[in-house]
Design a protein around this ligand. Structure first.
Ligand SMILES: Nc1ncnc2c1ncn2[C@@H]1O[C@H](COP(=O)(O)OP(=O)(O)O)[C@@H](O)[C@H]1O
Ligand SMILES: [Mg+2]
Length: 499
């Protein structure tokens, strides 16, 4: 009874603490006379009558530094600034499922209901039956109250379910440079994951990419059970960070009801970049690659909020855009340290048309051993080791210089390769049940025995030369690139057979 009314009353701040804008530098405004804590929500009332939401991000001398939620243009010295409360909340509930929201949690998929509102004034639609106003910064969970991750969550993607099985409540990163397939893979997971609700944050994307993701990657089937929160790259930094917080808060709400939620955030790098803008405007010192310390504090806090709850779970996938395919980019490093595993998408594989370009040798799921059967784990490890063996002789195979018989383990990997590719390549529209993936994985590592690799069968003459050229195959793993053209030991140059 009166729950909603009580929440509204609690959110009110009867004292209208007020100050004046005294200076504007870059993206931030400084005020004097306003006494409010960091994180406080404010409103700037311009003399022209416009009202702009803002958040306190720091202090200089005796004034508060605020960053507006909207365009800073139009703010002038002497404008009044009011304190409106500390805890921004968002109305979460069943009514959001199937909807696209802005960073304030308001639907933007219906004409006439879009448009920013002032901070702290998320409008109250007639409260739906199952809903609650939840704090966007989340409530801390006692780590001892979290359940342990015990069962798998099928994503429908064979490369993930087979080799890097994700546990219900696990948090994974999807790393790659731009255009290697992060968003497409995220869409596949959004559509295929075995969870009743998907919460998706699209942060810092170009406007065009948002529709592309919803219509092409996620598709109508995925959209129906998804709550999508969007802040495009042209929105103010504070809104981009807020969108990530709001999406996380909505996922937390469904978890608190005992649901299993799949959470997708594309991309956490854009959130870090937005926080970098805010931190630098507030006067923080730039540290690693210009990222101030608050960026890493935000990432740790944000990424820690997903995972298993005391009941329910949030299985999360965060994409990380790695500049110039650099594995050791600071945001990537920080994210990798926080999460329970990562999928690395390889540009090299993508350029060969291998999609999804999941690199089995650079990816890891730390939870997998706890959530799959022993024979599945063994098969996955065997397949990864086959990929490593195959890669060692891949250049030779391409030159037609590979000779089987040197190392039976390498021959085995070469023979299994067509089946491995068939298993790991997947069309974005395709969704494979977990049991089928495991069965196909086990078949792939036990290919039918044949005299020579099907894909690289050699002529009879070459077979005869195999004995002499054995050194080639043994030396193969160390031989890379153009160097492999000059074969060691004067061995004959073997040509790929025509038949
Ligand atoms: N599973 C796939 N099958 C076929 N093509 C794919 C697949 N995944 C990605 N692609 C191709 O890669 C392009 C870039 O993918 P995208 O997910 O937008 O990259 P990113 O989000 O990493 O920038 C897509 O437009 C598509 O052409
Ligand atoms: Mg993308």
């Amino acid at each position: 009874m009166f729950r909603r009314e009580r929440e509204v009353l609690e959110g009110l701040n009867p004292a209208r603490v007020c100050g004046e804008i005294s200076r504007v530098v870059g993206l931030a405004a400084e005020s004097h006379g306003l006494v409010a804590p960091v994180g406080a929500q404010c409103e700037i009332h311009s003399r022209g009558g416009a009202v702009l939401g803002a958040e306190v991000v720091g202090f200089r001398d005796d004034g508060a530094i605020v960053v507006p939620y909207g365009d800073i243009r139009g703010i002038a010295v002497g404008d009044r600034i009011f304190y409106c409360g500390e805890v921004p909340r968002v109305l979460a509930g069943d009514h959001l499922i199937g909807r696209v929201l802005n960073s304030a949690g308001e639907p933007i998929d219906i004409e006439g209901r879009s448009g920013p509102t002032a901070a702290g004034e998320v409008p109250l639609p007639a409260a739906p039956r199952r809903s609650a106003r939840v704090p966007i910064h989340g409530a801390r969970l006692n780590p001892l109250h979290r359940q342990r991750i015990s069962g798998p969550l099928a994503t429908g993607v064979r490369g993930i379910d087979g080799l890097f099985t994700v546990g219900r409540g696990q948090r994974m990163g999807i790393f790659s440079g731009s255009g290697v397939g992060k968003s497409v893979l995220l869409g596949m997971i959004g559509r295929g994951a075995s969870a009743p609700i998907a919460v998706i944050g699209l942060i810092g994307e170009r406007g065009r990419e948002v529709r592309e993701f919803l219509e092409r990657d996620l598709g109508p089937e995925g959209c129906r059970r998804a709550v999508v929160v969007v802040a495009t790259g042209d929105e103010p930094a504070l809104r981009r960070v807020q969108a990530a917080l709001v999406a996380t808060a909505i996922a937390e709400y469904f978890r608190s009801r005992g649901e299993d939620v799949v959470f997708l955030l594309d991309s956490v790098t854009r959130v870090a970049m937005a926080q970098r803008e805010i931190g630098l405007s507030a006067g923080e010192p730039p540290a690693t690659r210009g990222y101030p310390p608050s960026t890493f504090a935000l990432l740790a806090k944000l990424l820690e909020r997903t995972g298993p709850g005391s009941r329910g779970s949030i299985t999360a996938f965060y994409t990380v855009l790695v500049e110039a395919d650099d594995l050791h980019d600071p945001v990537g490093d920080a994210v990798r340290g926080i999460l329970d595993g990562h999928i690395w998408l390889s540009r090299d594989m993508a350029s060969k048309g291998h999609f999804p370009a999941i690199d089995p040798l650079q990816s890891i799921s730390r939870v997998m051993p706890d959530v799959v059967a022993a024979d599945h784990l063994r098969a996955a490890r065997e397949l990864i080791s086959m990929v490593a063996r195959y890669r060692g002789v891949e250049d030779l195979l391409q030159l037609g210089a590979y000779v089987p018989g040197g190392d039976p383990r390498v021959d085995e990997a070469v023979r299994a390769w067509p089946a491995i590719e068939l298993l790991l390549k997947q069309d974005p529209r395709e969704k494979t049940p977990l049991e089928e993936t495991v069965r196909r994985l086990q078949e792939a590592i036990r290919p039918p025995r044949r005299a020579a690799g099907a894909a690289n069968s050699l002529s009879a003459a070459a077979q005869a030369a195999a004995g002499r050229a054995r050194a080639v195959a043994v030396a193969a793993p160390a031989v890379k690139g153009p160097a492999s053209i000059g074969l060691p030991g004067g061995a004959p140059r073997l040509k790929k057979a025509s038949g």
